[in-house]
Design a protein. Structure first.
Length: 326
């Protein structure tokens, strides 16, 4: 079926194009609102600025399709194949992308607000500047391995259990987002905003969080082994039972942070600000606290016999034995 025949049938009121072979078809600016293209083959199709609002594209093959500027709001893309598709500036508000394959897709500045991305695969996708902002949006279990999400708006997003291994989230806004049990191994979150974010039980091994804002973030039981947290803002953050083995926290701010039972073996805390921080029963084997500000820091029952504290500010610090520094 060619473009002319398809559009003539649509204009005549036909909406059902299930399973049609439309590979390479050019439907630039076409109006196909509400059409049923379930299981259709649209590989390499040109759908630039097409109107596909509320269209059913479930299980459709859209590999290498050009959908830049297309309107796919409230469309059904359940289990659709969008691998290597061009979605630059596409509108996907409220779209159903559950189980869709968007690996290596280009989605710069795409609007994904309110989209259902559960179990969607964005491995290697370019999502720079994409908009995910919408209340009650859910991306649980989404696969975003190696995705480029620089500057993305993910405020309040539910990314519980998502795989963000080696993804680039530099400068992204994840304030109040849920990243519980998410995998962020070797991800780049430098300069990211994570205020009041939930990272409980998350895997942040070798993550780059330099200059990130983690104020009041919840990182209980998170794994931050060899993480880069230089100059990160962790004021009032909660890191109880967190694993920070060999983490780099130089010049980090941890005022009033809670690190009870945290594991900080060989962690670098030089010049860190730990004023009023609480590290009850924390383990600081060979941790480097030189030049750190430990004013009123609480180390009750902490293991720090091999920690380096030379030139640290210790006024009012509570030692492991409960005594207070003058």
């Amino acid at each position: 079926m060619n473009a002319q025949e398809l559009l003539q049938r649509y204009d005549a009121g036909e909406l059902n194009f299930v399973g049609k072979n439309l590979g390479g078809i050019n439907l630039t600016n076409a109006d196909l609102i509400g059409s049923n293209l379930t299981q259709s083959d649209l590989n390499h199709a040109v759908l630039t600025f097409a109107y596909l609002n509320r269209a059913n594209l479930s299980y459709a093959n859209l590999t290498y399709a050009i959908l830049s500027g297309a309107n796919l709001s409230q469309s059904n893309l359940l289990n659709a194949n969008l691998r290597d598709a061009d979605l630059h500036g596409a509108i996907l508000c409220g779209a159903d992308l559950r189980g869709a394959d968007l690996s290596l897709a280009i989605a710069l500045d795409a609007n994904l607000s309110g989209a259902d991305l559960r179990n969607a695969n964005f491995s290697g996708a370019d999502l720079r500047g994409a908009n995910f902002r919408e209340e009650k949006r859910t991306y649980e279990g989404a696969i975003l391995r190696g995705a480029d999400l620089r500057g993305a708006d993910l405020r309040g997003a539910n990314l519980t259990g998502a795989d963000l291994t080696r993804s680039n989230l530099a400068g992204a806004n994840l304030s109040e987002a849920s990243l519980r049990e998410a995998t962020l191994t070797q991800a780049n979150l430098s300069d990211a905003i994570l205020t009041r974010a939930f990272l409980t039980d998350a895997n942040l091994t070798e993550v780059n969080l330099s200059h990130a804002d983690l104020k009041d973030a919840k990182l209980n039981r998170s794994t931050l082994t060899q993480a880069n947290l230089t100059r990160a803002n962790l004021n009032e953050a909660t890191l109880n039972h967190a694993k920070l083995h060999k983490a780099d926290l130089t010049h980090a701010t941890l005022t009033r942070a809670k690190l009870n039972h945290a594991e900080l073996t060989r962690a670098n805390l030089q010049h860190a600000n730990l004023i009023d921080a609480v590290l009850v029963e924390a383990y600081l084997g060979r941790a480097d606290l030189r030049h750190a500000n430990l004013t009123h820091t609480n180390f009750t029952r902490a293991e720090m016999s091999s920690a380096l504290v030379r030139n640290a500010i210790v006024q009012g610090m509570i030692r492991p034995d409960g005594t207070v520094e003058d």
